[in-house]
Design a protein around this ligand. Structure first.
Ligand SMILES: C[S@@+](CC[C@H](N)C(=O)[O-])C[C@H]1O[C@@H](n2cnc3c(N)ncnc32)[C@H](O)[C@@H]1O
Length: 182
């Protein structure tokens, strides 16, 4: 799927939810539970997850291919390292304790690039580190495919949840997957 994003409009949706008392940091909370020092927010969009992690003292790097999303991220947190790059061909020359893909990232990479996307982000997970990703399962990219792509990239499934707050996964239409690099 190829989407044209408007970063400020995208961010406004979350600001509205937060202004009404909603929790927009479930993804960051799960990532924080692994006590990482360094996190790559892969497909960071406007930086919702990375900025919250940075607020808790975690060193974050954000990567997204979309200029509008990144413009909003840079406006909100100019001190964070944001990179405009395709995750499919990413090589930052370093690895992270956790790489997180929040907000259906694999559903927005061009069709046919999903396995390269997973390989691109998996290459940035340090040994014994984790890739954490949540996406809907009713939009053409299955968990079987995702697990196979993770396996091919050297990652092993550690846990699967229905929600970012670790609700048990019982076969629903959304999953949060935690894969580990041995
Ligand atoms: C729905 S947004 C999620 C943004 C953010 N992670 C969040 O949860 O708020 C999906 C993002 O994935 C990014 N994305 C999808 N495929 C990508 C790719 N191959 N390389 C870099 N970014 C990608 C899009 O540009 C978009 O910003």
């Amino acid at each position: 799927m190829t989407t044209t994003w408007n970063g400020d409009e995208y961010q406004a949706r979350f600001d509205h939810i937060a202004s009404e008392g909603g929790d927009v940091h479930g993804e960051a909370a799960l990532v924080r539970s692994f006590e990482p020092t360094a996190v790559l927010d892969a497909g960071c969009g406007t930086g919702r997850v990375a900025i919250e992690l940075a607020r808790h003292g975690i060193a974050v790097t954000g990567v997204d291919v979309d200029a509008s999303m990144l413009a909003t991220a840079r406006r909100l947190a100019p001190e964070i390292a944001w990179h405009q790059h395709d995750l499919v061909s990413l090589d930052l020359g370093r690895s992270f304790d956790v790489v997180v893909m929040a907000g259906n990232v694999p559903l927005f990479t061009p069709p046919g690039t999903e396995s390269a996307l997973v390989a691109g982000v998996a290459g940035h997970v340090r040994p014994a580190g984790r890739l954490v990703a949540g996406f809907s399962l009713d939009r053409g990219y299955s968990l079987d495919d995702y697990d196979a792509h993770c396996r091919a990239a050297g990652l092993v499934l550690e846990a699967r949840y229905a929600t970012w707050s670790r609700g048990p996964y019982t076969g629903g239409e959304y999953a949060v997957s935690v894969h580990r690099k041995p």
